[in-house]
Write a protein that binds this ligand. Structure first.
Ligand SMILES: Nc1ncnc2c1ncn2[C@@H]1O[C@H](COP(=O)(O)OP(=O)(O)OP(=O)(O)O)[C@@H](O)[C@H]1O
Ligand SMILES: [Mg+2]
Length: 155
């Protein structure tokens, strides 16, 4: 069930299985910051969507929420970028675009995923075993002059 909602979100519980429209990168960051406020230590966030849809922009809002002042860089040339999440734990921004289909264990990212940290993963469909994980799914659709951002969690 998808509802398009405006950004003035009163009740954060509506994040589970919702869809939002953003018209600018800044609106996407604002939405991501609000979403980040419900993330817990150990959470995994899959960022789905075509090239240029806004996955890194959404990640920037999350890293900013956790106290990082700069913008998260697109991590296309790096497999993993590491940020601090306040003083409590780390935030890993992982970009699998350049990889062929692989498993979490083949590339050794289980240390990031199964920890007290939070992992953000662009191009999670590269993972053969990703669907087994209990993760948030962010799906960004590039529409004319806007983005539709779905936020889902199965469990
Ligand atoms: N509403 C919006 N939300 C996010 N980005 C937007 C929006 N409108 C326009 N943009 C633009 O779309 C681009 C999104 O780029 P971004 O690097 O975040 O995408 P990406 O999904 O991470 O791409 P890639 O698959 O190459 O990693 C930016 O240039 C941004 O300015
Ligand atoms: Mg990106």
């Amino acid at each position: 069930m998808d509802k398009n909602k405006k950004l003035n979100i009163a009740d954060l519980s509506i994040f589970k299985n919702s869809a939002f429209i953003t018209k600018t990168p800044q609106e996407t960051r604002v939405l991501a910051k609000k979403f980040a406020s419900i993330l817990k230590s150990g959470d995994i966030v899959f960022l789905n969507g075509n090239l240029g849809s806004g996955k890194t922009t959404f990640s920037q809002g999350i890293t900013q929420f956790f106290g990082n002042t700069g913008f998260a860089r697109s991590s296309s040339f790096m497999l993993v970028n590491e940020y601090q999440a306040f003083d409590s734990f780390k935030l890993f921004h992982i970009d699998l675009y350049r990889l062929k289909k692989t498993s979490i264990f083949d590339i050794g990212i289980e240390e990031y995923l199964y920890s007290k940290n939070i992992s953000l993963i662009e191009w999670p469909q590269r993972l053969s075993d990703g669907e087994n994980e209990n993760h948030w799914d962010i799906t960004i659709e590039n529409l004319i002059n806007k983005r539709k951002i779905k936020i889902q969690k199965k469990k």
